[in-house]
Design a protein around this ligand. Structure first.
Ligand code: PLP
Length: 379
């Protein structure tokens, strides 16, 4: 559905929704509007359960350990607010985290007198050193380790399964921001082993906007609380539950799923997105996109003389092209306004990057257009 006059290379920020998935979403919205009471009141818990079953099947997880949320930011906020940090506790993140999640932890830590520390993960990236580098920056009061599965500004795949295992061995709780992982890399949540994992479905799984999830290992369900208090809390507060049919039966469903009247159809369209992914965007397409992204990275690096920040195996379908510019925002505006290319320019450690996303619909011509535009912009 993308504007054909646009070269859209920013799937990583807001993924494009394919026509069949969009149509499945609209069909669900129409169905809802035929009888909103039936759909939201009587059927929603069952419909959401079925969608979670499909998601769990796709992500190597139990449906009961998953809850739909509108975006990864909400999932990270839910977790940060639920942990009941104590004064002096420390949350250890990396210096590659996404700004909104970084801000969430900073705010929550400040409110509780806790410390938010960013472990420096130096570039060029050295995968085999990652876990030791991060955990060497933990202190005696570190309680939580927070890291992206795939980073936003630098597009690196962090070895989070290894990080979670090592952190667990030290008694640290792990929270993984998987905003870019589902649909971009094979993901088995049980194998990752994070205590809590936030994932987006509206990026690389190509679900409609407003579809994301929080995965929690069973031992953490009781400690999780919604940022919006609703009917799932009524029983404990007033002694009667009310609207039981809305709520489902597990603690995650009851507390986190019903958040007042809202449009749940993006969640319910997730099985359609999974089907599209499996039939149209499977491993062969992912491998082709990865190869295209890496070839682009090496061509641009050879031209600019600015080396890649990591090896090919450290990236999937997003790639950071190092560029020599003092004003990243001006470059982004120029690429959009003069060349109709939608691509973000990120910044890390004093270096700007044109962060290119290569989803299944990206063509060689799109990437060639970017390369010519970069040359025309003098970077
Ligand atoms: C690493 C990372 N985490 C979290 C998010 C937030 O995603 P959302 O806006 O869907 O909450 C993003 C968005 O780009 C991201 O790149």
């Amino acid at each position: 559905m993308l504007d054909p006059d646009l070269v859209f290379l920013n799937h990583g920020s807001f993924g494009a929704c394919p026509v069949p998935v969009f149509e499945a979403h609209v069909a669900l919205q129409r169905e809802l509007e035929r009888n909103p009471v039936e759909f939201l009141g009587r059927r929603s818990a069952g419909l959401l359960r079925a969608a979670r079953e499909a998601l769990g099947h796709c992500l190597g997880a139990q449906a009961d350990d998953l809850v739909f949320v509108p975006n990864a930011t909400t999932a990270v906020n839910t977790v940060a607010r639920s942990l009941q940090l104590q004064p002096g506790d420390e949350v250890l993140a990396t210096d590659h985290e996404y700004g909104a999640c970084d801000a969430t932890w900073q705010r929550v830590c400040a409110e509780h007198g806790a410390v938010y520390r960013r472990a420096v993960v130096p570039l060029p990236f050295q995968r085999e050193r990652f876990v030791d580098t991060v955990l060497a920056q933990a202190g005696p009061r570190t309680r939580v380790v927070f890291a992206s599965h795939i980073t936003s500004t630098t597009a690196l795949i962090f070895p989070v399964a290894e990080l979670c295992a090592a952190a667990r061995a030290r008694g640290l709780l792990t929270v993984i921001d998987g905003a870019h992982a589902p649909g971009q890399i094979p993901l088995d949540l049980d194998a990752v082993g994070a205590d809590l994992y936030a994932g987006n479905l509206h990026k690389w799984l190509c679900a409609p906007k407003g579809a994301a999830f929080l995965h929690a290992r069973p031992e953490h369900h009781e400690r999780l609380h919604a940022t919006v208090t609703s009917w799932g809390y009524a029983e404990q507060v007033t002694g009667h539950s009310g609207f039981d049919a809305y709520l489902g039966r597990t603690v995650l469903e009851r507390r986190l799923q019903w958040q007042g009247t809202r449009d749940i159809t993006a969640f319910l369209a997730v099985p359609a997105a999974i089907q599209f992914q499996q039939t149209q965007l499977g491993p062969a397409v992912q491998a082709r996109c990865h190869a295209q992204a890496m070839a682009l990275m090496h061509r641009v690096a050879a031209r600019t003389g600015l080396p890649a920040i990591a090896t090919d195996a450290d990236f999937a379908q997003m790639v950071p092209l190092a560029v020599a510019t003092a004003d990243g925002d001006a470059l982004r505006r120029r690429l959009f306004e003069q060349h109709h290319i939608e691509v973000p320019v990120t910044h890390h450690g004093g270096q700007h990057f044109v962060r290119v996303s290569v989803p299944g619909y990206t063509t060689a011509a799109d990437l060639a257009a970017l390369e010519s535009a970069l040359t025309a912009c003098g970077v």
